[in-house]
Design a protein around this ligand. Structure first.
Ligand code: SAM
Ligand code: FES
Length: 353
């Protein structure tokens, strides 16, 4: 049995995709021995493409106001216990300045879909950051917008966009979101972003309520079709003020297994070992890197607001200064034989030769 699964992993490494039924069999067969084999292959593939470099992105969670009501999310609009904040442009520029001094060359601006932050304001923000840090990349992660808006931000200098598709199956999407949101629109946004020329990141939560192997296989097939430059996956973690407060979290083992599969599917992808992974296990991020990831996204937001961006419970690093996070991460990576590098960390296909 294990031999057949090992052959499946080898086939995935060679062909970068498997038929849906085989993906399901592989996912269902996850165990310690198979994971060890998968991670060794994923690590080898990552080393061929990116060596042992770990790219860091300075994450700036600039607003927790959101017009949406996703059932899993702690900053959903109908959570009356969320203490709302938004950073000003000046404060965001301050975070970038500090981040630059700490060696960050990519800033990720993430937030809820906050009506205050209109397309004009975000364009202005992107232009301001670019004028102060022309050697840095800007990643936006501000949800669903129309194509013109995405184009406008791209023209202003944003070169990457993170928009997790959350799940590639309609029925599952309905379990996770209120009726006004649609998977078709979310996917359309990803196609728009890609055709505009962004380096695009999709992704999903592992172990979200109602998820099974068939849906995970659909996620993998969709990712194969989209061919994103980045894929963000992390465990679902319940948040106490959401409808999913009593649901079980995703597991470390399954998240790592999926990271390994993603590395074999997309050898050159930028795959973060996420904060959520670090939240469910003290060594979650290190294990994520060892399973095939090559990116970490430490928080650059001011400490006063960190706790308020509470997507899920017990989030790590909410009390630490940016410099502490940066140093802690360098030590963690060093301890497993990898190194944090000062670099924009573009996808290999976007680097000048
Ligand atoms: N508003 C933007 C969007 O919709 O893409 C970006 C912010 S949103 C909070 C970023 C990601 O957080 C989501 O794509 C989701 O996968 C993740 N997230 C939200 N709630 C979570 C939870 N309870 N556990 C783990 N991840 C969660
Ligand atoms: Fe909007 Fe989570 S519901 S960011």
């Amino acid at each position: 049995m294990i031999q057949a699964q090992i052959e499946r992993i080898d086939k995935l490494e060679q062909q970068h995709i498997l038929p849906k039924e085989e993906l399901i069999t592989l996912l269902d067969g996850q165990n310690e021995a198979l994971s060890a084999y998968l991670f060794s292959r994923a690590d080898a593939v990552r080393r061929v493409n990116y060596g042992t470099d770990v790219y860091v992105r300075g994450l700036i969670e600039f607003t927790n106001y959101c017009r949406n009501d996703c059932y899993y999310c702690g900053i959903r609009r109908s959570n009356p216990n969320a203490s709302r904040y938004r950073l000003t442009e000046e404060e965001i520029l301050g975070c970038c300045k500090e981040g630059y001094q700490l060696g960050f060359r990519t800033f990720v601006l993430q937030g809820g879909e906050d009506p205050f932050y209109t397309p004009e304001r975000i364009e202005h923000l992107v232009r301001s950051i670019k004028s102060q840090h022309p050697d840095c990349a800007i990643t936006l992660s501000v949800g669903e917008h129309d194509r013109e808006t995405y184009q406008r931000w791209f023209d202003a200098g944003a070169e990457r966009y993170l928009l997790r598709h959350e799940t590639a199956e309609d029925a599952h999407y309905r379990i996770l979101h209120p009726p006004e949101l649609s998977l078709a629109h979310r996917k359309q946004c990803l196609w728009d972003l890609k055709s505009i020329g962004y380096q695009v990141g999709c992704g999903f939560m592992v172990g979200s309520p109602g998820q099974n192997s068939s849906q995970l296989a659909e996620d993998l097939l969709f990712i194969h079709e989209l061919q994103p430059e980045m894929v963000g996956i992390g465990p679902f973690i319940p948040q106490k003020d959401t409808p999913f407060r009593a649901q079980a979290p995703g597991t470390l083992e399954q998240t790592l297994f999926l990271l390994g599969i993603l590395r074999l599917m997309l050898p050159q992808a930028l795959l973060p070992a996420t904060t959520a992974l670090g939240t469910i296990h003290p060594k979650g991020r290190e294990k994520g890197i060892q399973a095939g990831a090559n990116v970490c996204m430490p928080n650059l937001s001011p400490t006063e607001v960190r706790e308020k961006y509470a997507l899920y419970d017990n989030k790590i690093c909410t009390g630490d200064e940016a410099a502490q996070c940066r140093n802690c991460l360098s030590m963690r990576m060093k301890s497993i034989g990898y190194q944090v590098v000062v670099s924009r960390g573009d996808h290999l296909s976007r680097r000048s030769k």
